[in-house]
Design a protein around this ligand. Structure first.
Ligand code: NAG
Length: 173
């Protein structure tokens, strides 16, 4: 899951960032996004895919700095995790992928797994990403920016474009 909503400055100020994310990530659970569409390849340059050792995508992330990705705390796994940038079709190696190991993980201290409050995790990549036409950190607002209210936001990630299984059926909450 990534919720890229902001303008950003390259040096992460973690206190500010957590605060911003904390506010924005409330109430985002237990709802599905219906009606998304495939993006133009590599147009969401900060989009990261968090994957298992076998390369199975299981969570999204947002590149916020050349070596840091924000994801959700519930995406932490005791097993091997890797991060892929410049990814589009998960079933194909398209040649632009940048694959990283994880060198550090920070789970937001106020994360509570039983209700997903403060569901935020910071991932440090094993090395800085190569910033190029496909890979750029998201821009976040400066700390004095007015709060969002009635703004149009972009939400991006991998999902299914067709409903095939019962468990993917839309849910109301
Ligand atoms: C990730 O770590 C494994 C060993 O744990 C190593 O074989 C592999 O080359 C590393 N990959 C990257 C992209 O650093």
């Amino acid at each position: 899951m990534t919720v890229p909503l902001w303008n950003w400055y390259p040096q992460p100020l973690f206190a500010d960032m957590f605060l911003t994310l904390y506010v924005l990530s409330a109430e985002t659970h237990a709802q599905r996004i219906i009606g998304g569409q495939e993006v133009q390849k590599y147009s969401i340059k900060y989009q990261a895919s968090v994957q298992t050792e076998k390369g199975e995508h299981y969570c999204g992330g947002t590149l916020v700095h050349e070596q840091w990705v924000v994801s959700a705390a519930h995406c932490w796994r005791p097993q091997y995790m890797k991060v892929v940038l410049s990814e589009h079709d998960l079933d194909e190696t398209e040649g632009y992928e940048q694959v990283f190991n994880v060198s550090k993980l920070y789970i937001f201290p106020l994360y509570t797994y039983w209700n997903y409050n403060n569901d935020i995790m910071l991932i440090k990549l094993s090395e800085p990403a190569q910033l190029n036409a496909n890979v750029q950190p998201v821009t976040l607002p400066d700390k004095n920016a007015r709060p969002l209210r009635g703004d149009v936001c972009t939400v991006s990630g991998w999902g299914t474009t067709q409903q095939r299984w019962r468990e993917w059926a839309p849910i109301n909450n």
